[in-house]
Design a protein around this ligand. Sequence first.
Ligand code: CO8
Length: 274
Amino acid sequence: MQKLHRRFPDAAITAAFKWMIIASVSAGVAVMHMQSPPVNSLSLEFLTDVCIALEKLEMDKSCRGLVVTSSQPKVFSAGLDILDMYGKSPEHCAEFWKAVQEMWLKFYGSDMITIAAVNGSSPAGGCLLSMTCDYRIMADNPRYSIGLNETKLGIVAPFWFKDTMVNTVGHRTTEMALQLGLLYSPAEALKIGLVDQLVREDQVLTTATETMTKWLAIPDHARQLTKSMMRKPTIDKLTSNREADVNNFVKFITKDSIQKSLGMYLEMLKRRKA
Ligand code: CO8
């Protein structure tokens, strides 16, 4: 803990999980620092930790706002952990997908004010995670990108990824973005409304906590009911189809052709590194 306090001098560490630190920066606001090296890919274990942490925060009535950010350099989150979908048994894939659903349901349906402090690249599931938040602030660094690039891996974003993006940037933009697997630069993302604000990299977190103050000024009950009114139909679509969605995922992801695409994509990531 001592070491952690040195790393987060302005914050009280309220919980330390294997893959994240929850710190409270001021009354009623928590910050989730994701730290699953090297790229915060959302593995089954990481997703489980995230869900437990979120549940705890949700139950803590003194906690009204949550900022989500990354402790890893250059990356907010690399999206779903491909290794949890590659060469794994159908049972593992089903368990993994349930955890992905759970994360989305918890974040998208959260009563808290949620702000994504996107301080690095955020492809696929990373983009989804940021889109579940109420507001997105991204580092203005042209090296970073954000978007749902699933088709580039030869896979297809499920309907609730699509719905989340439609709710964020509209139907036409989503249609093109999803088919082409577009990853946007921060400036492009701002233009289409995929993020709400760009700031200098070293100001992402402070801007997020400042923005939170504005949102905290709104009475919780009115804001929460409004959020629920906007998001409930999208959430209900998944909750009433969870099992079918898991079965679809497992059937799709375990196909030989899809496994081959994922294998090639992993190879490409390694080659690019070399
Ligand atoms: N899963 C697992 N491992 C990953 C992932 C990932 N998503 N992303 C990167 N890694 C690994 C790399 O292979 C590399 O491993 P190693 O060190 O063993 O060679 C290590 O992490 C570091 O990666 P990089 O060297 O590429 O790190 P950089 O800092 O240069 O780049 C990026 C960071 C930009 C995040 C880059 O790693 C990248 O583009 N990653 C791929 C991101 C991606 O395409 N994610 C898509 C995941 S799929 C998803 O989220 C939704 C799926 C929906 C499923 C629907 C089916 C029906």
